[in-house]
Design a protein around this ligand. Structure first.
Ligand SMILES: [Zn+2]
Length: 404
């Protein structure tokens, strides 16, 4: 009984702490009084919680704000250099490792090219671990100030201590990436699908800011999507939701890299487009080849506009988002040249009611935002849970997603 009561009090404190910290992270700086008004906690509770957060160094005072007639109020904000997050993009052609402060300013970056045909797991793990050392060395940030490492990968990530990756496009079948990385670093690890984590970054910092219901589609060589419903990423039963690229758009259609036929990815992914145009080879520079094809125009590009528009209309009918954000290097390339035509196809294939309320635009974070998205996994953990366990080194924190 006593234990249960104690636990409830502790949970309540942790919940309040998360609410205050989240408000300061996204809306700060703010005074204690503004916090109390916006989040609905009593002034006494806000005062207690901010006192704890100030003592742990995770927030700092940020000057004074005038108040009407009364004493000036002290503003509070998150301490940008309280800790750092590593973001890793395991892409189709590279492994990229980046280090961010809490404001998501990039401090350092390391990149290792991969041959599109070869994703040797051990090599990818070596690149990630080497990249962590490089970005810490370059930035001068001590390892104990790193809150964790977020890793964005293509494919499905199975939640659990091993973080099993199922990525047929890489030739990975139940690869225990989490366990392999764990053998080489003791930093907290968070592994998730790259499109899902990029969606979170767009929601926090990009075009999706403040959207409660949005879909971020990521179109590169492959195709994925991150579905945000009521402000949270929809993961599904096993975190595999959002595999929009493998929804069928043509019965008996082109073969997809997943082994299926007629998947959307085979029609709107860069490699699928180039294959249908007869210009795909293993040696081709996909980005240059697709840019040339889009600039020149081609029946395959016209067909791509149709399939992409229909694919987006299906998402709108299913999820009723306020916003669709098109990201990924190929998505931005197609969108910059063809967005008006794509919108027209969406309008022709979507129910009128949900179409009326949706906006369709391009991602703002650029084509290199998977590492940033992966780093948000670490920040999410910081905001959700925690008693500032790191960098001051205390108890383990609850993990979200495939946090290890
Ligand atoms: Zn497929």
């Amino acid at each position: 009984m006593f234990d249960a009561q104690q636990r409830t009090v502790r949970d309540l404190r942790r919940g309040n702490r998360a609410i205050v910290l989240r408000a300061l992270y996204f809306e700060g700086p703010a005074s204690r009084q503004e916090l109390s008004e916006t989040i609905g906690l009593s002034p006494a509770t806000v005062s207690n919680v901010t006192g704890d957060l100030l003592a742990s160094g995770i927030i700092v005072e940020a000057g004074l704000a005038d108040s009407d007639g009364g004493r000036p109020r002290v503003l509070l904000r998150v301490n940008t250099t309280h800790g750092y997050a590593v973001g890793v993009d395991v892409g189709e052609t590279h492994v990229r490792v980046e280090l961010f402060d809490l404001d998501m300013n990039r401090q350092a970056r390391a990149e290792y090219p991969l041959r599109p045909a070869g994703h040797d797991v051990d090599q990818v793990v070596r690149h990630i671990l080497a990249g962590i050392d490089v970005v810490l060395g370059e930035s001068g940030v001590p390892r104990e100030r790193v809150l964790g490492v977020g890793v964005g990968v293509p494919g499905v990530v199975e939640t659990g201590p091993d973080a099993l990756i199922h990525a047929p496009t890489l030739g990975w079948d139940a690869v225990p990436l989490g366990r392999l990385l764990r053998a080489g670093t003791d930093l907290p690890l968070f592994v998730d699908n790259g499109a899902t984590s990029m969606g979170q970054a767009e929601l926090w910092f990009g075009v999706g800011r403040r959207a409660r219901h949005a879909v971020v589609v990521l179109i590169g060589s492959g195709v994925g999507a991150s579905i945000i419903t009521d402000g949270a990423t929809y993961l599904g039963a096993n975190s595999s939701a959002g595999e929009w690229g493998h929804t069928k758009i043509m019965i008996g259609g082109h073969r997809c890299r997943c082994g299926g036929e007629g998947c959307l990815e085979a029609y709107v992914g860069a490699r699928g487009i180039l294959e249908r145009a007869g210009v795909w080879t293993e040696a081709v520079d996909e980005q240059a080849a697709l840019a040339a094809l889009v600039a020149a125009g081609s029946p395959v590009i016209d067909e791509t506009v149709t399939y992409l528009g229909v694919g987006l209309a299906n998402l709108i009918n299913l999820f009723n988002p306020e916003r669709i954000i098109i990201g990924g290097w190929a998505g931005v390339l197609l969108g910059e040249h063809l967005l008006t035509r794509i919108r027209k196809v969406v309008a022709d294939n979507c129910l009128a009611q949900p179409y009326k309320t949706v906006s369709i635009g391009l991602g703002r974070l650029g084509v290199d935002s998977v590492a940033l998205g992966a780093a948000t996994l670490v920040i999410e953990d910081l905001l959700q849970a925690n008693p500032a366990a790191r960098p001051n080194g205390a108890a383990p924190r609850p993990r979200n997603r495939a946090g290890i």
